[in-house]
Design a protein around this ligand. Structure first.
Ligand code: FES
Ligand code: FE
Length: 381
């Protein structure tokens, strides 16, 4: 595991060989840095927005916050997904103020009633016929690029999106060592068993960093280290390439008490069985793979010190259809989430202290977090 080219060698920082610098405290609190992250990270790359099966019927919609932009995502009548900025082309009013809902045929602005088709085109406005010089096609809602992968709708606000393969899929491949390793989990055909939303009083980078290391596992995750004993040694699955953490010998399943889990996803290979894999897809997705389910996190950074995290537990359709009890299964990662987010909030409290102006240090099992810091610095300059 190496740190990226931009990171400074320990000797240049006056640090012992074992340590690397973190980002300085203001990276987690400064509104200008947060704004730069919105402009150069969240407004430019691919962002995982909604679970596709949450928008099954035409007219069902969700609104999501990406950087400073609100986006409406809906299912069109032809079955395709459409995403547009949630801003009326007349005088800029927000069209939809709800997180989710369903319209019959169109979105109507509540201010002066300009009305848009599900595909974003302007279809009516009061007195529009009295203004023959106006070409309605010039006043469609602003379109946002969409891509469906792993059963989720990913959006890109940029005019010209970066390659999905070279960003999103490359992050998965880098972690798992192969683009094929995730295929057998057949995530797009799993079904939502539970969703829990966490409103975390911490900067989004705290949450990414926490997810990338397991130095904290022995201290704050007693249940997880019972199931994955090697995590007690402090090396996260994300420290390695292609490594899944093995279940303990007496552990039957990835559950709160190590009791039996649910039927194994058929495509999970022999090598992947009884193992846990973790992937960070920068900037805002964490994917956790275990043989019988997938835990999928989407982060929505709302402020320098506030991040919303939607966590989905996904299972085989027959598990959901049969009404099988998934509580033991959900409880393990729910508890891990609570433990992690408490830790992130505790760190956030220190970021404005004079004593953290230059930041802290990364120990060897955390050095790979330096690559993420370099990635952030590389984007925002
Ligand atoms: Fe939307 Fe006027 S601002 S119709
Ligand atoms: Fe953790």
């Amino acid at each position: 595991m190496t740190t990226g080219e931009l990171s400074t060698p320990a000797e240049d920082q006056g640090l012992p060989e074992s340590l690397r610098e973190t980002l300085a405290g203001h990276y987690y609190t400064d509104p200008q840095i947060f704004r730069a992250e919105q402009d150069r990270i969240f407004h430019t790359g691919w962002f995982c927005a909604v679970l596709a099966t949450d928008l099954e019927r035409p007219g069902q919609y969700e609104t999501v916050q990406i950087g400073r932009e609100s986006v409406i995502i809906t299912r069109r009548r032809d079955g395709r997904i459409a995403a547009h900025l949630n801003i009326c082309r007349h005088r800029g009013a927000r069209l939809c103020t709800q997180d989710k809902g369903e319209v019959r045929r169109s979105f109507q602005c509540p201010y002066h009633a300009w009305t848009y088709d599900l595909d974003g085109s302007l279809i009516a406005a009061p007195n529009l016929n009295a203004m023959p010089d106006i070409d309605k096609t010039d006043y469609s809602l602003h379109r946002v690029h969409t891509r469906e992968w792993l059963g989720y709708i990913w959006l890109c606000l940029a005019e010209t999106p970066p390659s999905f393969d070279d960003t999103v899929i490359a992050d998965v491949t880098t972690r798992l060592g192969s683009p094929d390793a995730i295929v057998g989990y057949d995530i797009a055909n799993l079904r939502l068993g539970r969703r829990i939303t966490y409103d975390v009083a911490a900067n989004w980078k705290q949450i990414v960093e926490n997810f990338m290391e397991c130095y904290h596992c022995a201290t704050i995750h007693p249940e997880l280290t019972e199931v994955l004993p090697e995590f007690a040694d402090g090396l996260a699955a994300q420290y390695f390439v292609g490594h899944g953490a093995a279940f303990g010998n007496d552990v039957e399943g990835f559950t709160i008490d190590g009791s039996a889990g649910l039927p194994r996803i058929p495509g999970v290979t022999h090598d992947q069985d009884r193992r846990y894999y973790a992937i960070t897809v920068r900037p805002q997705v964490f994917i956790n793979l275990v043989p019988d389910h997938v835990v999928f996190h989407r982060m929505f950074p709302l402020a320098p010190d506030r991040t919303l995290v939607h966590c989905d537990w996904l299972y085989l359709p027959q598990v959901i259809d049969s009404g099988t009890d998934i509580d033991h299964s959900v409880e393990l990662f729910h508890r891990v989430n609570q433990q992690d987010f408490d830790a992130c909030e505790r760190c956030q409290l220190g970021m404005d202290s004079w004593s953290y102006q230059k930041g802290g240090v990364l120990v060897p099992s955390e050095h790979h977090i330096g690559e993420f810091h370099d990635w952030v610095r590389g984007h925002i300059g």
